[in-house]
Design a protein around this ligand. Structure first.
Ligand code: GLC
Length: 532
């Protein structure tokens, strides 16, 4: 195993400025030709990621799992699912990544297990009142579910078992929530952390980090008159920032959850190489997000406010200033993210087609210039759009529970090469688990690699340019007022300008370091630039 850098300098940990690339294993690269991506597939493509210019990879779960939520339903935290490979394959991936200078962030799923997990099976067998049931949230209730909570995937958050008790699942019924007030649960996860740290993991992305502890009473959610109970902050996407009011969330973001991360901080601090934790916490405000990255807790939290912001200069500006103020208040480092495996791809969110792509590249360029670290989602460097997956291929539990399209459309396998599906996704010509659009022939890695005008070339150039200034320019920025439709700031010697309006805007003086589109004396609509 390759040793990580043993020198720890507070404030200079690798993750503070890292660009991390998210891999969704079943859709990244298929090593064995069964139509589903796997761990050897990932290892074979690591040189591509090194050449792209990222610093780290975060790999969505590949543990043993019945795949009801594609691995976010873990049946064994200490093994790899045969669908994806073996523990030996995971060791090889870690070793190869480290040889290439890439850090590896493992996905950890502590809020719930799979219903196939030995603990849940034991809980069902042991019956009401048993210590086995006490690892989950089983409750009695005579007339319907014990409270009004809704699953994030639709429908009630409770399912009844044969003997009449109900168990809580904030997600699918195959994902029972653990009771984090039971010390056995915390102890098991410390073992999980150490297992993967010992194998060389550089950090953990913590799934549903804001959900582990529920308000102890499990009381009803107070719902505004005329509205239905809702699940989490993702539902806020359609509400402009200024109109958002705090809502009652007894299932999320409880103060006691922070004790868990203080304990994990201690566990990680015993290892060399600045191991890290990044929270997936859909909290309601920058301040509540920042509580997860206080100095004795996690290293980072995904900044979903940036991803939820619509195409609007004032909203982007508010997110930037709000994020920096909140993270500075806790001496933390900000992160920026536009896409992941749970949301519509940002080219499509910004309108799709040429406009969507221009905006996506512009927002990316702004994100890569901001202080802190950035997260990319596989395929965004190819400019991929959300795919309208035919109903017979949809597998997302959200679709199965609600009948709404769900998240399969951002999880379509990556097109690597060739003129027709599966575009080099696997070694055989068989169809991947979701069919790829035939138009992706023009968007394969091979098609874009040699083309200086391609989205892939843009990402490579931006990541290379970022290396030379974003990691050394300090964390201070000064916002500039260049008009209502413009986001503008100066960071050290670089001025960043984004035009969200319909008309070109005048640019301040400076040499163009990087641009997301053609730039002359003025900055066209839907374009961003770095000036020096
Ligand atoms: C997180 C994951 C998502 C998963 C859910 C339940 O939000 O990102 O993909 O479905 O947790 O684990």
């Amino acid at each position: 195993m390759v040793l990580n850098d043993p020198i720890h300098v507070h404030g200079q940990e690798w993750w503070r400025h890292a660009v991390t690339y998210q891999i969704y294993p079943r859709s990244f690269a298929d090593g064995n030709g069964d139509g589903v991506g796997d761990v050897p597939g990932i290892t074979s493509r690591l040189p591509y990621l090194r050449d792209l210019g990222v610093d780290a990879v975060w790999i969505s779960p590949s543990y043993t799992s019945p795949q009801k939520d594609h691995g976010y339903d873990v049946a064994d935290y200490f093994d790899i699912d045969p669908l994806f490979g073996t523990l030996g394959d995971a060791d090889e991936l870690l070793e190869r990544a480290h040889e290439l200078g890439l850090k590896v962030i493992v996905d950890l799923v502590p809020n719930h297990t799979s219903s196939d997990h030995a603990w849940f099976q034991a809980a069902l067998a042991a019956g009401p009142g048993s210590p086995e049931r006490a690892r989950y949230l089983f409750r009695d209730s005579e007339d319907g579910p014990p409270n009004n909570w809704m699953s994030v995937f639709g429908g009630p958050a409770w399912t009844q078992v044969e003997d009449g008790q109900w168990y809580l699942h904030l997600f699918d019924s195959s994902q029972p929530d653990l009771d984090w007030r039971n010390p056995e649960v915390g102890d098991m996860f410390v073992d999980v952390l150490r297992f993967w740290l010992d194998r060389g993991a550089d950090g953990f992305r913590v799934d549903v980090a804001h959900g582990l502890l529920k308000e102890e009473s499990l009381r009803d959610q107070v719902v505004e008159h005329g509205k239905t109970a809702s699940s989490d902050a993702r539902d806020l996407a359609d509400v402009p920032l200024v109109e958002r009011t705090e809502r009652d969330e007894p299932m999320w973001d409880q103060p006691e959850v922070h004790d868990v991360y203080r304990r994990w901080h201690e566990v990680l601090s015993k290892y060399d190489g600045d191991r890290m934790l990044v929270a997936e916490a859909w909290t309601q405000s920058p301040e509540s997000m920042a509580r997860y990255i206080r100095e004795d807790e996690m290293s980072q939290a995904f900044n979903f406010a940036w991803l939820l912001a619509p195409w609007s200069a004032s909203e982007f500006t508010e997110v930037i200033t709000g994020t920096l103020a909140a993270t500075e208040a806790v001496h933390g480092s900000p992160t920026w993210v536009l896409s992941n495996h749970d949301v519509d791809r940002h080219v499509s969110r910004y309108g799709g087609g040429a406009t969507g792509l221009a905006r996506a590249k512009a927002a990316t360029l702004v994100m890569l210039a901001l202080p802190g670290s950035a997260y990319l989602y596989q395929g965004e460097e190819l400019g991929l759009e959300q795919v309208d997956v035919a109903p017979e291929f949809r597998q997302d539990p959200f679709w199965l529970r609600t009948g709404e399209p769900g998240r399969d459309g951002c999880r379509v396998p990556i097109p690597w090469s060739g003129d027709e599906p599966p575009f080099g996704f696997g070694p055989t010509a068989g169809q991947p688990w979701i069919p790829q659009p035939t138009e992706w022939a023009a968007l394969t890695v091979a098609a874009q690699e040699g083309d200086p005008g391609s989205t892939l070339s843009f990402y490579r150039a931006a990541l290379a340019a970022r290396r030379t200034f974003a990691t050394t320019s300090g964390d201070e920025i000064e916002m500039l007022d260049l008009g209502a439709d413009v986001v503008a700031f100066r960071r050290d010697a670089v001025t960043v300008v984004l035009n969200c309006g319909a008309e070109p805007v005048d640019l301040p003086a400076g040499e163009v370091l990087m641009a997301s589109g053609a730039v002359g004396a003025t900055l066209p609509a839907d374009t961003a630039v770095w000036l020096q």
